[in-house]
Design a protein around this ligand. Structure first.
Ligand code: PXG
Length: 290
C-alpha cells in the first residue's frame, strides 16, 4: 500500500505525521471517505467539492487546486493497482491544519498537510447486508449549527464516536442520532432512509443530516426506478411505524435495518424496496462514468 503525504508516497509503516500536527492535537482538519467501483472513483467531484466546502468553513487552505487534488486521488488509485475494471476499494482523504506549536492558534501552522490512503474497507460482515442490522437511539445529540455545523466533515468525530459507543453498549450495531429538537438526524457515519407506503423518506439536511454522497446517489437511483422520494422531518414514531429502513454511507454502502430500539421494522425482514435499491445502486455505481 502506497500512502500519499504532502507530495510523496510512503509504505504503510513509514507513513507518519508530526505529533505537533493540529489534526492530532485538536482535531483541526477535514476528511472524506470515497469508494472505488469498477476501477473508478465514485462521485469524485462531489467528494472534492464537499472537502473544499468543509475546509472553507474552517478557514483551512488546501494547498492544491481541486483539479490537482482530484489528480492526487486518481493517482492513488492507479499506484495502488485499483484502476483496473472490476476493481473496488476505499479512499480516505485527510487534510490537517499541519504542524504548529502547542497552542491552538491555527496561524502558527505554516501549511496544511494532505494525506491520501487508498485501500479497502468492510464495515459490516457480508451476511448482515442480507439479514439487516439493529439500531438504537442514543442520548448524544447531533452537533447543532451554532456549535459545530454538522455539514463540516471535520476530524473531530467525538459526538459520533460517543453515539457509536452507546449504541454498541445497548447491543445495537448503529446509533440513531436525534437533533436538538428530538427529530431524527442520521446515524453515526451514515444517513438514514425509511420506506412508508411505497414512499422513500429521508431527513432533510436542515435536520442535521450530512449531505451524504451515497444519500444523493440513492435519491437519484430511486427516481430512476420510479420510487417516490420525500426529504422531510422524521421522528422516532416514523421509524417505528415504517415498513422498511436502511442506512447509506460510502463505507457501509446500503445496509438494511430490521430493528430499531428492539422493535421490528415492518415484518422485521429486509424489505423489497431496500432490495431493489441495493441492486439498482450496485449497477449504477459499477457503471458510473464520472
Ligand atoms: N453522516 C455522517 C455523519 C458521515 O460522516 C455519512 C453520513 C455518509 O456520507 P457519504 O458521503 O459517505 O455517503 C457520513 C460519511 C465510513 C465513514 O467509513 C464515513 C464517514 C465518516 C467516517 C467513516 O463510511 N462519513
Amino acid at each position: 500500500m502506497k500512502i500519499f503525504i504532502d507530495g510523496s508516497y510512503f509504505e504503510k509503516d513509514q507513513a507518519v505525521v508530526s505529533v505537533f500536527d493540529h489534526g492530532l492535537l485538536y482535531g483541526d482538519g477535514v476528511f472524506e471517505g470515497l469508494r472505488i467501483y469498477n476501477g473508478r472513483i465514485f462521485k469524485l467531484k462531489e467528494h472534492v467539492d464537499r472537502l473544499y466546502a468543509s475546509a472553507k468553513a474552517l478557514s483551512l487552505e488546501i494547498p492544491y487546486t481541486r483539479d490537482e487534488f482530484s489528480r492526487i486521488l486518481n493517482d492513488g488509485v492507479e499506484i495502488n493497482g485499483k484502476s483496473g475494471s472490476g476493481q473496488s476499494g476505499y479512499i480516505r482523504a485527510v487534510v490537517t491544519r499541519g504542524s504548529g506549536d502547542l497552542g491552538l492558534d491555527p496561524d502558527k501552522c505554516v501549511r496544511a498537510s494532505v494525506i491520501v490512503i487508498t485501500g479497502d474497507i468492510q464495515l459490516y460482515p457480508e451476511e448482515l447486508y442480507r439479514s439487516g442490522i439493529s439500531i438504537a437511539s442514543v442520548s448524544v445529540r447531533r452537533n447543532s449549527v451554532d456549535s459545530l455545523d454538522p455539514r463540516i466533515k471535520s476530524l473531530n468525530y467525538l459526538n459520533n464516536i460517543l453515539a457509536k459507543i452507546e449504541a454498541k453498549q445497548s447491543g445495537a450495531a448503529e446509533g440513531l442520532i436525534l437533533n436538538r429538537d428530538g427529530f431524527i438526524a442520521e446515524c453515526t457515519a451514515d444517513n438514514i432512509f425509511i420506506v412508508k407506503d411505497g414512499v422513500l423518506c429521508t431527513p432533510l439536511l436542515t435536520c442535521g443530516a450530512l449531505g451524504g454522497i451515497t444519500r444523493g446517489a440513492v435519491l437519484e437511483v430511486a427516481e430512476q426506478e420510479g420510487i417516490s422520494v420525500l426529504e422531510t422531518v422524521l421522528a422516532q414514531y416514523d421509524l417505528y411505524t415504517a415498513d422498511e429502513c436502511f442506512l447509506t454511507g460510502s463505507g457501509a454502502e446500503i445496509i438494511p435495518v430490521v430493528t430499531a430500539d428492539r422493535r421490528a421494522i415492518g415484518d422485521g425482514k429486509v424489505g423489497p424496496v431496500t432490495e431493489k435499491l441495493r441492486s439498482a445502486f450496485k449497477k449504477y455505481a459499477e457503471s458510473y462514468g464520472g
